[in-house]
Design a protein around this ligand. Structure first.
Ligand SMILES: [Zn+2]
Length: 359
């Protein structure tokens, strides 16, 4: 009787195993190839896309320890949620007092009372105040162009009421790190052909396929029009402008608009599935790409270093839901790595100390 029960149980296990879900599927690779798992970057780097809400001395001490272990020379902190004014001034004071050459701070646009006829002048003046308080960049959140509204409706990414803000950035030569839209797949139907199916399943809030106010193409077009209309303003297109799956198109944008740069936060899965094309892209546009991570997690930087520095094959991504495939290293040459890691950031952000970075 007991034996029968056991036999039935193991049959049931087999039956379950024959129909596992994508979430459960975790195949262990049998591939035996050289592996490198650098926990420290080959050269000191500047993280241009980082969010730290807590800037207390204890937290900053911990951050410096993390940075030492990663070889992060400078951390550029963007406010976590629409910070400007007092938040920025306080963050600059706290971070500069702690380690003047290791931290820098960005600000956000004051988005209050967008209907105010005097809004443009007020927002530009607030930005100028923040720059004078020490902000070295402007971070624009993805709400800009999607959920941000005035009494009439959605604010478009290229809405002219912000022109005075972009002009202020040009005046003080501070770059704008801008996040517009999200991966293309999150705007498409959640069906068996969608590469982002798993992300849509696990992060249902990110599903924008039912969105009626805008499409992915519309948001991207608005962003590119904004870049073209302000050639004196430097824009850093966060997350490769969500064109990591189409580097040819991103290259055309960079060719057309010399004021545009790109940042690589959260797109390791896009790059790691096309190591040859991505290698060529990084070589060709070596003066236009910056290192950023966005979500702060010390252990995850290792995947960035492995992707950029090594020629490792078929290794695990940071998050399976960014793409259910393995990554392949780009093996970038040292000259390209140095530009990506720090030279380009030192060039476009004002006031960063180059102490500690190789020439
Ligand atoms: Zn961000």
């Amino acid at each position: 009787m007991r034996r029968l029960l056991l036999a039935t149980l193991s049959l049931a296990t087999v039956a379950i195993a024959q129909s596992i879900s994508i979430e459960e599927f975790e195949p262990k690779s049998t591939l035996r190839v050289p592996e490198h798992k650098p926990t420290r970057a080959k050269f000191p780097f500047i993280d241009v896309h980082n969010h730290q809400r807590d800037v207390s001395p204890g937290k900053l001490t911990q951050l410096i320890q993390d940075m030492e272990s990663l070889n992060m020379g400078i951390l550029i902190n963007s406010p976590v949620s629409r910070g400007h004014g007092k938040w920025v001034a306080d963050a600059v004071t706290a971070m500069k007092a702690h380690a003047p050459t290791r931290f820098a701070v960005m600000t956000n646009i004051d988005e209050s009372n967008l209907d105010d006829p005097n809004y443009s002048a007020r927002a530009a003046a607030q930005l100028e105040t923040d720059i004078k308080a020490g902000a070295i960049g402007l971070k624009v959140w993805k709400q800009f162009g999607t959920t941000l509204r005035d009494s009439v409706g959605r604010i478009k990414v290229d809405d002219p009421r912000f022109d005075a803000v972009w002009a202020m950035c040009a005046k003080y030569k501070i770059p704008v790190l801008i996040h517009t839209a999200d991966p293309w797949g999150l705007f498409q139907p959640m069906d068996k052909n969608n590469e982002r199916w798993l992300e849509l399943k696990l992060q249902a809030r990110r599903n924008q396929s039912q969105q009626t106010e805008y499409t992915w193409e519309q948001l991207i077009a608005e962003q590119h029009r904004l870049f073209a209309r302000h050639p004196q303003t430097t824009f850093i297109n966060a997350h490769l402008g969500w064109l990591g799956h189409d580097l040819g198109r991103l290259g055309e944008l960079l060719d057309r608009l010399p004021n545009v740069y790109a940042e690589i936060g959260a797109v390791t899965s896009e790059l790691g599935r096309q190591p040859r094309a991505a290698h060529r892209f990084f070589v060709k546009y070596q003066d236009r790409i910056l290192f950023g991570k966005d979500a702060y997690n010390v252990s995850e930087y290792s995947v960035y270093f492995r992707l950029l520095e090594t020629d490792d094959e078929h290794f695990d991504p940071i998050r399976k839901y960014h793409g259910i495939w393995k990554l392949y290293g780009l093996a970038l040459p040292d000259d390209v790595l140095k530009k990506l890691y720090y030279k380009n950031a030192l060039k476009i952000f004002p006031g960063l100390s180059s102490a500690g970075f190789p020439r």
